[in-house]
Write a protein that binds this ligand. Sequence first.
Ligand SMILES: O=C(O)C(=O)C[C@]1(C(=O)O)C=C[C@@H](O)C=C1
Length: 101
Amino acid sequence: APTAPASLAEVRAGIDVIDSELVRLLAQRQGLVRAAASFKADDRAVRAPDRVEQVIASVRERALGAGLEPAVAEAVWRAMIGAFIDFELAAHAQVTHPQPG
Ligand SMILES: O=C(O)C(=O)C[C@]1(C(=O)O)C=C[C@@H](O)C=C1
C-alpha cells in the first residue's frame, strides 16, 4: 500500500496525479454526452431530470461502498452534470440547427 504523504507538497502531488486521471476520464465522459445529444429530440430530453436523479442515487450508493462521503459525491455529480447539460444543450443545438462558420 502507498505510504502516507509526509508533507503538504506530497499531498498536493498526489492530488495532481488523481486530477490528471479525472481529466482523462471526463474527456471520455464528454464524448459520450456529445453522442447522447444526437439521440435526443429537444431540450427537455437533453436535461433528462429523471436520469439525473437515477445517476445521483447510484453514485451516492457507490460512494458509501468506496469510503467517499455521499454528500461530497452528490455535490460533485450535480455540478458536473450541470456543466455537461450546458455542453449537451450546445451540442444538441449544433446538430439540430447548425450555424455556418
Ligand atoms: O443520460 C443522458 O441522457 C445524458 O445525456 C448524460 C447526462 C450526464 O451527464 O450524466 C447529461 C445530461 C442529462 O441531464 C442526464 C445525464
